[in-house]
Design a protein around this ligand. Structure first.
Ligand code: HEM
Length: 240
């Protein structure tokens, strides 16, 4: 049920996001109302959501969704493809992968070490969509650049409309050039949530009961009840 309800959430994203900047989007599928700053590309239906902790650290939660036919999706955490931390992501059946990359030229980016990626629960694929939810630690600075701790900044986005990476089982595999790319502004201050530790706790282990002090979701109840399905994985992929 958790895995299917986000199709409804995607509609909410369309309402709250304009063409050039991220907007507030809340996931309707979990007991915790997880809210992200999210950019949705109307042409492809791909969405890139981000949540940051209230106290600036080196981590964030990424919450990316894509129609099932999309091959891979990616981001530049500094806007341009060149000289910024890039994250390429895809699903391989039930498994989701996020692969950090870096390049100084417009050419296939090399594998980049440093970020510690943890794939979080509810990631995977169903009949219509893929969903990649991940924790990215040691991800807010690279080389001489970084994500600002507050205010607006520019992120880049990319996707390949049809093709998976060459070996989707290998995080270090060759990735073919994207078929669409662009940039959007995102308000990092708005992406910070005092509920961030709770999001992480839930996404790391959704089976653990939540603390009683947790407020109920602030989003409207969902009237329809999609048929149950399994949450396919809680896989941990670490790159040190
Ligand atoms: C695999 C081979 C790749 C090649 C040859 C390539 C090449 C290029 C080129 C030439 C552009 C300029 C716009 C265009 O002509 O489309 C561009 C833009 C971009 N690329 Fe790539 N790219 C590759 C992979 C990636 C990957 C894996 C990512 C991120 C995970 C990425 C992120 C971006 C972003 C965010 C932009 C838009 C911002 C900008 O123009 O710098 N690219 N890429």
């Amino acid at each position: 049920m958790t895995f299917l309800l986000w199709t409804i959430g995607l509609l909410f994203a369309v309402i709250t996001t304009n063409a050039q900047s991220a907007g507030t989007w809340c996931d309707a599928s979990t007991p915790v109302a997880m809210c992200f700053q999210r950019y949705s590309d109307a042409a492809s239906g791909v969405g890139w959501g981000y949540a940051f902790p209230t106290t600036p650290g080196d981590d964030f939660i990424g919450f990316w969704t894509a129609p099932v036919a999309v091959g891979w999706v990616g981001a530049s955490l500094g806007g341009s493809m060149k000289s910024n931390l890039l994250l390429a992501a895809w699903t391989n059946d039930a498994n989701a992968t996020v692969s950090p990359r870096f390049t100084t030229v417009y050419a296939p980016p090399a594998v980049y070490s440093g970020p510690i990626i943890t794939i979080l629960s509810s990631s995977g694929v169903n009949d219509t969509h893929q969903r990649i939810v991940f924790h990215c630690a040691n991800c807010t600075s690279w080389g001489a650049s970084s994500i600002p701790q507050s205010g607006s900044t520019t992120f880049g986005y990319v996707l390949h409309g049809t093709s998976k990476p060459v070996d989707p089982a290998d995080a270090d595999t060759v990735i073919q050039k994207h078929t669409a790319s662009g940039k959007f502004t995102i308000d990092i201050s708005a992406a910070r949530s005092d509920q961030y530790p709770l999001y992480l706790q839930y996404l790391l282990n959704p089976a653990t009961p939540l603390p009683p002090s947790i407020p109920p979701p602030t989003i409207p109840p969902i009237s329809s009840s999609p048929s149950p399905t399994s949450i396919p994985l809680t896989t941990v992929l670490q790159r040190v």
